[in-house]
Design a protein around this ligand. Structure first.
Ligand SMILES: Nc1ncnc2c1ncn2[C@@H]1O[C@H](COP(=O)(O)OP(=O)(O)OP(=O)(O)O)[C@@H](O)[C@H]1O
Ligand SMILES: [Zn+2]
Length: 827
């Protein structure tokens, strides 16, 4: 036997510290310990954590006595060396503790901690025979107590570490973590029909069949029933449920099916179907590209010969998706994996359906609201580089953390969307930018696609850092929508406004409705009216925890805070001057919906915003109904601007352009242009040119003019001048430090202190501290210090110094209770 060596392992723990921790490897684990496996380790007096091994070595830690690793959870690594490199890059670039990065990267089920709460899995069928004694004890306890945390379980079993045991139960779907339950997976269901049990006896059934067959008027019903009996396997003496749509596809008449149901011969029921079941998605052929699309595809390929990143700037409705499809196919043919990043999974079901129709089971949809087991399943397939499944991952930002093995291409669709940036918690990463690094690690390519590029991306393309390809025409020769302004100042003067609607917009809406065409209305604000203001002194009711005015929600007849949900009934008199002349100021989507139903009675209206979609499957149902033309007008917040592709929308109304333009941020013009152009792009996508009406008091505003003329380039050039003059990205890089504290006084002192230390080193690169627009949230005061770094400066060095100064700041006891969050490249 060889000499017994003593090994140590450096481990990342799920803690907000930028350190790895060294533990001693017990001899019996010498052969199983490897980089990238999960281990369970003790921490502090009584805690146990799951961590990831990142280095195995023989160096005895000098400062402390290393504790022993308790367990190794995996036989082979669950994360790869490339992932670890990416984690380190994210940690350094975004100044985030490596433990935070690990937390963001791993699916919940991978991270059992002492506080993790466990419940019985709903799938567990209480087959106690499959349990050993310890497992039985846990299950029994959960039957009585509903939830247990790992500490309680270890008391029940009188055993210190229970991680390995729980992991096995999770894998076998006997228990699950509460975190998983919170995002309970809602299975996809479909309508099935089955034979009423009355007819299950052969004699009864054949009598029925004869009767239908002989009555000439019931021919359709007879056929429909035969279709069912065939598909339901009646010849084999079963009559199992059959999907209704399957029968219709096979030729059964829909109305005959309805009649059979009405007469109690068939009954309908909803059953669960698999989301990724190839049986229910018949794959469709890809479309033949137009000459413009073919050219663009060719140019992208050429760009990729020399460059790793390429921007595809294609106007709305130009058919970018079909180009993506071609590129994906090329990668699949070469046996490589593809990552397709989307800004928001919930709002992009249309795109997911389109891609699923082409690629079926090869697609895996990955996002944080999914069931944890499903996430783990995708994770493991990607890690195995499974050639039959999940070759293409469609995902929101967190899918950049998957353990790709042979990544060939990343497509970032709608690259300008700021939902790609994670704001809270740390790491505050931008998935588009992380993608570029991830591709680089794999020798892969990144395609950024959008109709309205972010200024930074367009700048990089202009500078030649990225390749650049344009699609300037819509697919199928459809013209870009015609955009006009409704001049609110004029209409108000002439008294032709109908509450929130100009006569111009209202007339156009009536015409569209007469033509049986659909309408999308965009108002970038939810709720009924943002504020309730005193006409005399401008006072408005404020949240008691946050420094914001309360928003009126008509549905509940309450004033509510959007930051902390503090709620009070509406007030009748001003508490400042006592007047009772309180009125509503500004308006949200709920109010638009209400006013419209008064102005156009009989029109069906649906609302798409955070409030209306909170319910399960809310957004999906709303979009489905709109797609089926069951709804005439869709009113929404920026949710309606994102990639919707409906063929019958002829009119888009933008209700309040000025509000967006007035927002005090250096990006507000860029963003207004993007939002307006994107929502305008939903009009007239297939058959006929669409129309867009922008309601504004300043039709001459250059941003509005540029939107009207579909003139991205002029907007870009003008913005660039502003950015240069005022030192904003892309000419500088920004870091925002947000300081929070319950005491205003303490915060002011500490912030001033930090700013002073920063200024001593960085001089005029430091701006602030300043209060943000909302200076108090949930009883904490907030101050921001901004750091501007010139493009040419060494950002790495600056970040290093900055971290030192922050550490020094914290070494002073008075500052200990101040929280600082660091946001690199804020959006
Ligand atoms: N080659 C093609 N053959 C047939 N139809 C096509 C083709 N290319 C695109 N289309 C159709 O044109 C419409 C617009 O295409 P698509 O949705 O891909 O545009 P897009 O560039 O992604 O637009 P947006 O940026 O507005 O989302 C879609 O309905 C699509 O099915
Ligand atoms: Zn509040």
């Amino acid at each position: 036997m060889s000499e017994r060596k003593t090994f140590f392992a450096d481990i990342i723990l799920p803690l907000a510290v930028d350190l790895t921790f060294t533990y001693r490897v017990p001899f019996e684990l010498n052969d199983t310990i490897k980089n990238g496996v999960r281990v369970v380790v003790p921490f502090g007096k009584s805690k146990l954590y799951t961590g990831i091994v990142v280095r195995v070595h023989e160096e005895i830690p000098k400062e402390y006595q290393a504790k022993y690793i308790e367990h190794v959870l995996d036989e082979s690594p669950i994360i790869t060396g490339k992932q670890l490199k990416l984690w380190k890059w994210i940690s350094e670039y975004y100044m985030a503790p490596i433990g935070d990065v690990m937390n963001a990267a791993l699916p919940g089920n991978f991270k059992l901690a002492s506080e993790t709460k466990i419940v019985l899995h709903p799938d567990f069928d209480r087959n106690y025979d499959e349990l050993n004694d310890k497992e039985y004890l846990i299950v029994e306890a959960l039957d009585v107590q509903d939830t247990l945390d790992l500490k309680e379980i270890s008391q029940i079993l009188q055993q210190k570490s229970v991680h390995a045991l729980i992991k096995k139960l999770i894998d076998r779907r006997i228990v699950m973590s509460v975190e998983e339950m919170r995002y309970k997976y809602t299975p996809k269901t479909a309508t099935f029909v089955q034979l009423n049990s009355q007819f299950s006896q052969e004699e009864v059934l054949s009598e029925l069949v004869n009767e239908l067959e002989q009555d000439g008027r019931k021919k359709k019903q007879f056929e429909a029933l035969m279709h069912y009996l065939k598909a339901g396997g009646f010849a084999q003496n079963t009559a199992s449920p059959v999907r209704r749509s399957e029968l219709v596809d096979a030729g059964a008449s829909l109305s005959a099916l309805n009649t059979l149901e009405k007469n109690g011969i068939l009954e309908s029921l909803r059953l669960e179907i698999s989301r990724l079941n190839s049986e229910d998605t018949t794959l469709t052929e890809t479309k033949e590209l137009s000459p413009e699309q073919t050219t663009a595809l060719q140019q992208i390929r050429e760009n990729f010969q020399e460059k790793d990143v390429c921007l595809l700037h294609g106007v709305t409705g130009s058919g970018k998706t079909e180009i993506y499809v071609e590129l994906i196919q090329e990668q699949l043919a070469q046996g490589r994996q593809v990552l397709f990043l989307l800004p928001e999974i919930a709002l992009t079901t249309q795109l997911i359906d389109r891609l699923s129709a082409y690629f079926g089971d090869l697609i895996g949809v990955y996002h944080s609201k999914f069931n944890q087991n499903e996430r783990v399943e995708i994770w493991n397939s990607v890690l195995r580089d499974d050639p039959t499944k999940f070759r293409i991952i469609l995902g929101a930002r967190s899918s950049v953390f998957l353990p790709f093995k042979s990544l060939g291409l990343i497509i970032v669709d709608e690259e300008h969307e700021n939902t790609f940036k994670q704001y809270d918690p740390s790491p505050r990463y931008h998935a588009r930018d992380v993608s570029i690094v991830l591709s680089h690690l794999h020798g892969a390519k990144t395609l950024l696609g959008t109709a309205t590029p972010s200024i930074e991306t367009y700048f990089n393309a202009q500078e030649g850092k990225y390749g650049f390809v344009e699609l300037s025409k819509r697919f199928g020769g459809i013209q870009m929508p015609e955009i006009q302004c409704a001049d609110l100042k004029k209409e108000r003067r002439r008294k032709t406004m109908h509450s929130l609607f100009s006569s111009f917009l209202l007339e156009e809406m009536k015409t569209a409705l007469d033509n049986k065409e659909q309408i999308i209305l965009f108002q970038n604000r939810r709720g009924y009216t943002p504020i309730w203001i005193c006409e005399v002194c401008n006072w408005s009711p404020k949240c008691k925890n946050c420094d914001v005015s309360l928003t009126y929600h008509k549905h509940s007849n309450m004033l509510k805070c959007h930051y902390c949900s503090y709620t009070i009934p509406p007030v009748g008199t001003c508490s400042n001057c006592g007047s009772n002349r309180l009125h509503m100021h500004g308006f949200g989507t709920e109010k638009v919906e209400d006013e419209l139903s008064l102005l156009l009675p009989g029109v069906t209206i649906s609302r798409l915003d955070l409030d209306s979609t909170r319910s399960k499957d809310g957004y999906q149902k709303i979009l489905e109904q709109f797609g089926k033309k069951e709804v005439d007008v869709l009113v929404g917040t920026q949710m309606v601007t994102k990639g919707l592709d409906f063929d019958n929308v002829s009119l888009v109304g933008i209700l309040d352009a000025d509000m967006m333009l007035r927002y005090p941020d250096f990006r507000s013009f860029e963003r207004s242009f993007q939002l307006m152009s994107q929502v305008a792009g939903r009009a007239g996508r297939r058959n006929k040119r669409g129309k867009v009406i922008i309601q504004t008091g300043t039709p001459e505003h250059w941003i509005i003019q540029q939107v009207m003329h579909h003139d991205y380039v002029t907007m870009y050039k003008q913005e660039l001048i502003e950015r240069k003059n005022f030192g904003y990205p892309p000419y500088t890089k920004l870091i925002y430090l947000t300081l929070k504290h319950k005491s205003e006084q303490q915060l002011e002192g500490s912030a001033a202190d930090l700013a002073q230390q920063l200024k001593a080193v960085f001089g005029s690169r430091i701006i602030g501290p300043e209060y943000p627009l909302v200076r108090k949230i949930q009883n904490s005061y907030i101050k921001i210090i901004r750091i501007k770094m010139e493009r040419e400066a060494s950002h790495k060095k600056i970040k290093g110094r900055l971290q030192e100064i922050i550490n020094q700041f914290y070494s002073s006891p008075v500052n200990k209770s101040v929280r600082i969050s660091i946001d690199v490249d804020p959006v």
